[in-house]
Ligand binder design. Sequence first.
Ligand code: PGA
Length: 254
Amino acid sequence: MRKKFIIGNWKMYGNKASVKELLTTLKFSMVNSSDKVSCIVCPPYIFLAEAQALLQDSQIALAAQNMAAEKEGAYTGEIAAAMLSEFGCKYVLLGHSERRTYYSETDALIAKKFQLATESGLVPILCIGETLEQYQSKQTQAVLQRQIEKILALGEAVLQKGILAYEPVWAIGTGISASPAQAQQTHQFLRQQVALHYPDLAQKLPILYGGSVKLDNAKALFEMPDIDGGLIGGASLRAHEFLQIYCDCVSITN
Ligand code: PGA
């Protein structure tokens, strides 16, 4: 069975007090932790040091929301992979649609970061997904193919160190999630695309769903055979809801 992941993307929310409260609640309320489902949170960079300290001796792992495409150098405002590792990050989100849309991140840049993340010992979580317009004009598959092309070209040894997250842009933060059947169909398509190049890896690669995952739809989504957990935005800022979503995912593995 593939490993599953429940990942909370906090985006640019929170302050010192709320981060402390959220992490403390998560740490001490997490009773049903399972080695089949990893629980990961992605705080803003500036809170990583505190998160690392607060999550010591907990089952919850840390991820960053982004990283630089260069190892080090004169890149004002950027954060290097090695710095993230030093502050306890094991994972890094790459190519989130908000990075693609507001910061013009291209597939080529994201592929460069993906490679660098794996060389730096971080697990890259590649986010892909179509916009509403692309969805309505039936371009979903073509868009996804384009978004994974450069990642597939990095080779099996690199790709096997990463995770995919399908996040339809029209579902992010809108309250309108893809239906389980709809998401399953796209996840199956993605797995088939990977299988065209790397059949063995395609069966092992975790593919998460993101986009308005909430308590009322999480379980049905995670029950789908090609959905290996979720990348959760809004609901991850509410400790008890996030923990319940985690428990829903664990219940499927039992
Ligand atoms: P959402 O965000 O759960 O608030 O829709 C998901 C994401 O952006 O990763």
